[in-house]
Design a protein around this ligand. Structure first.
Ligand code: XIL
Length: 375
């Protein structure tokens, strides 16, 4: 029996998914150039939330920390919550970095998202080895989740329990990624992870998180089909997964965004009684004009079109950008940025922490979104 809407909302409210934290009134949080309330305030006015990821190193940047505390109502550790940082050695748990971000969130009355309990990347070397041993125990999943979710119980509004389990190119009929998790335990590892998270925290909203779900191209369409099949199976087996996290790594000059395609997908997810969170929104701006103003306009235009669809779906709970300022974006790392091309401008604030057209696009999307009547 899928969880009732009331149970979900009670758990969501209890886990601060719905903005239950009382942040200082807007006039105490002036925007840098006086163009109105910060994004967190605009979202909260509609019963939504806005937040972003950050890494502990960025908190030592006073200007950035001030902008973060002003704009975001939800914080996600960019990498401090991943297993490669928490359990570097088997059974030795180091929460120090993630705790620092949790402390920042608490001091700034922000909710906290947990990311990510089971992923095929950012794992410690010993884990990949342990998973490759025949007959490996799924306590490699359940013990870790029990410890980490238990450590943060009562602090986390929502957990990305399983991240990026779909990879259609791996050729499986179910479209699942042939990850070390799947090879060790079969597709049931996903259900195992969600049940373990539910046992460890009865209130946190539990999220399946993935990417490549937004554009109109055939690759994205195949991923949407695989994710819908995964979500349908979880529902059929009564697995405690409450929401789909749509990462939202967009391309301003990439595959076309078709609002009707995306709207239909969101409706199909909602019809399966899942909530929706846009969990890692940023917009790559390479492959088009090089002038920053033209790139900023294209990024803002796509952001607004995307969020107008996302926020028009009543099941959508909030928006998280993968970073706040171009000063700190994963898209500038060597793994993601082509040398010799202009630095990326994928986020709401520029590298001088000034609000960009993308910030105004997000603000306008919240301002025009219909208020949530969570009942
Ligand atoms: C990225 C971080 O931003 C990088 O700093 C880190 O080196 C690798 O992971 N999808 C996800 C995120 O779910 O965890 C990834 O974050 C970006 C893609």
């Amino acid at each position: 029996m899928p969880i009732s809407r009331r149970t979900f909302l009670r758990s969501a409210a209890a886990s601060a998914l719905l903005p239950v934290v009382e942040r200082p009134p807007t006039h105490l949080l002036p925007g840098p150039d006086g163009d109105g309330p910060p994004l967190a305030e605009r979202a909260a006015r509609k019963g939504l939330f806005y937040g972003c990821c950050a890494a502990t190193a960025y908190l030592d940047d006073a200007g950035f920390a001030q902008a973060l505390g002003r704009e975001a109502g939800v914080l996600v550790p960019e990498w401090e919550g991943k297993r490669g940082r928490i359990e570097r050695r088997p059974g030795v748990y180091d929460y120090s970095a993630a705790d620092r971000l949790a402390g920042f969130a608490r001091r700034h009355l922000m909710a906290l998202r947990g990311h990510a309990l089971v992923w095929h990347l950012s794992n410690p070397g010993w884990l990949d080895e342990a998973l490759s041993v025949p007959g490996a125990s799924d306590r490699l999943i359940t013990d870790y989740i029990a410890r980490v979710v238990g450590h943060y119980r009562g602090q986390i509004q929502s957990w990305d329990v399983v991240n990026e389990a779909v990879e259609v190119e791996d050729g499986r009929p179910d479209g699942l990624r042939a990850s070390p998790w799947l090879k060790a335990f079969g597709p049931g590892y996903i259900d195992t992870a969600f049940h373990a998270a539910r046992r460890a925290d009865a209130d946190a909203v539990l999220v399946y998180n993935d990417y490549g779900l937004s554009a109109a191209d055939p690759w994205s369409a195949s991923r949407r089909r695989a994710v819908l099949a995964l979500l349908t199976g979880l529902r059929r087996r009564d697995t405690p997964c409450h929401a789909l996290g749509i990462q939202g790594h967009l391309r301003a000059f990439g595959p076309r965004f078709d609002p009707d395609v995306f709207r239909r997908f969101l409706a199909e997810v909602a019809a399966l009684r899942y909530r929706i969170i846009i969990t890692e929104l940023d917009v790559r701006d390479d492959g088009g004009p090089t002038a920053p103003a033209a790139r900023d306009r294209a990024v803002a235009d796509l952001t607004r079109r995307y969020l107008d669809v996302a926020l028009d779906q009543p099941a959508t709970l909030g928006v998280v950008t993968w970073g706040l300022s171009d000063r700190y974006t994963w898209l500038a790392t060597p793994a993601e940025h082509r040398p010799g091309t202009p630095p990326p401008r994928p986020l709401p604030l520029d590298d001088a922490l000034r609000r960009k057209p993308m910030w105004h696009a997000i603000a306008a999307a919240f301002d025009t979104a219909r208020p949530r009547t969570h009942g």
